[in-house]
Design a protein around this ligand. Sequence first.
Ligand code: FRU
Length: 479
Amino acid sequence: MNQHELIEKANQEVERNREMVESDPYRLRFHLMPPVGLLNDPNGFIQFKGVYHLFYQWNPFETAHGAKFWGHYTSKDFINWEHQPIALAPSEWYEKNGCYSGSAIENDGKMVLFYTGNVKDENGDRETYQCMAVSQDGITFEKKGPVIYLPEGYTAHFRDPKVWKKEDTWYMVLGAQDVDEQGKVVLYSSTDLMNWNLLGPLTGSAMNQLGPFGYMWECPDLFELDGKDVLLVSPQGLEPEGDVYHNLFQAGYFVGELDYQKASYQHGSFTELDRGFDFYAPQTTVDEKGRRLLFAWMGITDDNEKYQPTIEKGWIHAMTLPRVLTRKGEKIVQQPVEELQLLRKNEVSYNEVQIITSNVTLEGIKGEALELLFDEIIYEGDSFEINFRGGARFEYSSKLGKMRLQRKNFKDGSIESRHCKIDAVKKLHVFIDTSSIEIFVNDGEEVFTARYYPDVADQTITFSALGRVQFDLKKWDLG
Ligand code: FRU
């Protein structure tokens, strides 16, 4: 099928399923979702001529992975989003099994996309092409075809170009697997966006001080943050270790220094960006205000993906809230963008609430789409727990110096947990949507992101403490 026919078919799929998808009580109120089918990575995140563009990996025809399209949303304010026409459909020989992840830049007033053309040949063997597409208006794209072919030394797991400019040169990082099946991040440079020179691997498994560190690294993003070079990357193949790496795949960062001349990157250790269940393939951009902004896929590919309850209604997965990144020493801090405050309605405010027993509710603190801000938290006892709509439970144990998020496993309903160490929880900023939760701890020092599926009618938020806990609390309904 040609591009026009594929897009037509996808649009029909949206129309045919609209009523069913929209009838789902788990449709989110203030997060981006696919209109039908499966959404995964954020792609091409950019502010272009004042407007924020967020593209996304999209399979319109199934709630499973497949030949991906680039869906497209735009917004001026991160509150009101418009769904735009499909940007890329997998119609050409070099992308026939998917227009995979990539990024956007602005050059000479045009928007230029770089993405991976994924191809599977008759024997099921993979081929990969790094492709370019150009747009005058940021809405319709002209494909220019492959600009990078697979170099020697790597398998066809070579994808997800992220491009940026430093002085007069363009740079691109790619996620890769080398022939020894070690995950790597590879650097290219170009002066004209068409001809690219391979500068070499920057870091990866069995490189620098890392030792074995995964068989494939996906979706790299490299940028300067307050004088340091930060690499975000999603490695595959890390084993759980104590509190960390409990999701099937990880998403995290390194802080270091990139020597562009020598194409070498010196960095510290890998830190996960999120402590919850659903956070992968984050991508950033810098906006006109100079903010380093991030979206991530609020989902992950694992064995339980197929048990997500929204599949019954023809859709699956969503984006996280947009966040601002800053750096505190070696730590990357995430905060929800301030524009989200425009969603606030019906403020309820409490000073010096004291909790000393179990299952306490507070007048006016309930709902299915709301924001909670806990401040000035003081503990005299051992632990403090918040139960969200009977579907997710956040607990801080001052005794153990640990936080924990629990939810029901999508497959069998058993309770599953993610943990993270913390010295003291002083502040909690929580965004609860119909089927998602994002908890920013101590102004974004740590974040827990997860989907969860409570009983639809349950709007209760309850508090429990072992010993006395005191806090100030504000609540807003959102949406
Ligand atoms: C990450 C990823 C990318 C790839 C895309 C395909 O989730 O596997 O590496 O480009 O998804 O949809």
